[in-house]
Ligand binder design. Sequence first.
Ligand code: ASP
Ligand code: MG
Length: 402
Amino acid sequence: MALIVQKYGGSSVATTEKISRIAEKIVAEKRNGNRIVAVVSAMGKTTDNLIKLAKEIISEPPEKEMDILLSTGEMVTVALLCMAIEKLGEAAEGFPGYFAGIKTDSVHTKARIQTIEPARIIKELEKGNIVVIAGFQGLSPDSAITTLGRGGSDLTAVAVAAAVKADACDIYTDVDGVFTADPNLVPEAKPIPEISYDEMLEMASTGAKVMLSRAVEFAKRYNVPFSVKSTFGAGEGTMVKELAMKEGTDVSAVSLDAKQAKITVFRVPDKPGISSMLFTALGKENINVDVIVQNVSKDNFADISFTVNITDAEKTLKITKELGKEVMAENVVCDRDIAKISIIGIGMMNHPGVAGRMFHALGKERINIEMISTSEIKISCVIKKSDGAKALKTVHAEFIES
Ligand code: ASP
Ligand code: MG
């Protein structure tokens, strides 16, 4: 008898018909002799719609009330799924996050889980009940409802799996697992049977978002292996766990992030403190800076280029222009016509020449590389946005298809 935590995302519970089909899946698992805890998201676009409602009242809704509002989305799914399970003749017990013992800090709308007291979950399981928990929510130290940030149900699932010492944690979604590239852009992309936490984290940071990064970080920290599977498909999905190396593969996945912008500051004085001033100012505004390149200085002046998420481009340009003026930089420009192509793989560490192969694949398609950044398990190149799709195909062909 295994204890299984299953998480169903918003698209998997978007209609009552889908909720009924999930109930059948859960009941079948139960009748196979397993104990089930299901963590659920709000139905379809519910959370977006609730945010819209709040904004009809006030443009910047108070965060504490926002959490009360948003937490209702998941509760709807809990109630309906319990009804659907009971209709099939099994007993179900539904919990909001606060009855499931999920304690958070009091940072409303992006709370962090502090502890999980799973006694009640375990008691219900021992009674033979299927437990259904509302994802994405918890209780603050002053007993207020909190939510964990968009996509937070993934985190609930992984954290609950750790707390109840589950034998398996299955994240059900609308894709057949993690792919070697976005299958919408590369038809040759294949599902990856097994991937490490670190590769999964790098994939999220390079634009291939399958799961909330905070959930993957949590899984890594507490070593909670989990799998990403399709809710209604039959495939085995992708197992995410600690892997030291992968025999035979150098690159596990290729990803394209077309939502970046590049800011360049021309001719800043090449002296200590300038970069620190700029990037500290951006950090204070919560702007995540990605690839950074500073050229070799000429007559004590240097150019600095860096990329940010395109949604931060305007704000970044404004801050950088102000600082640029202060340090008498020659000019500050923003290029929105860029994309970042990345290869990811823990196998890279043991395979020299991977970077050369990537650059060669791009060069042969006459794709110009504007910036390069590397980590132990990732190489990213900033290129022109219009080259993005071609770059993804050619790099995927080079590493995965050959
Ligand atoms: N319903 C929340 C959201 O849409 C949480 C989740 O689905 O994970 O962000
Ligand atoms: Mg979701």
